[in-house]
Design a protein around this ligand. Structure first.
Ligand SMILES: [Zn+2]
Length: 83
């Protein structure tokens, strides 16, 4: 498998501007931005594996309500099928 490296990307706008033109913007990423996102991926993965769920804590959010009413500790008892 080829070891791909993301260096630049394009963003295509789905809606035309006032002159009826569709824009495409090129963007490149710096090494710093790459490190920030890599760190976020690692932290998120760790959080998922540790069943950490901070949520948004909006009173009517169904996900936060689910975690509040079931408790994070109940997630510990879920058994995973490893294959
Ligand atoms: Zn929420």
């Amino acid at each position: 498998m080829k070891n791909w490296k993301f260096l630049k990307g394009y963003m295509s706008f789905l809606e035309a501007d006032k002159d009826n033109k569709f824009h495409e913007e090129e963007f490149t990423i710096s090494e710093l931005e790459q490190n920030i996102v890599s760190e976020q991926i690692l932290q998120t993965y760790e959080g998922v594996m540790n069943h950490q769920f901070d949520g948004c804590n909006e009173p009517d959010c169904r996900w936060c309500t689910f975690v509040r009413s079931n408790g994070n500790s109940n997630l510990e008892s879920i058994e995973y099928d490893e294959d």
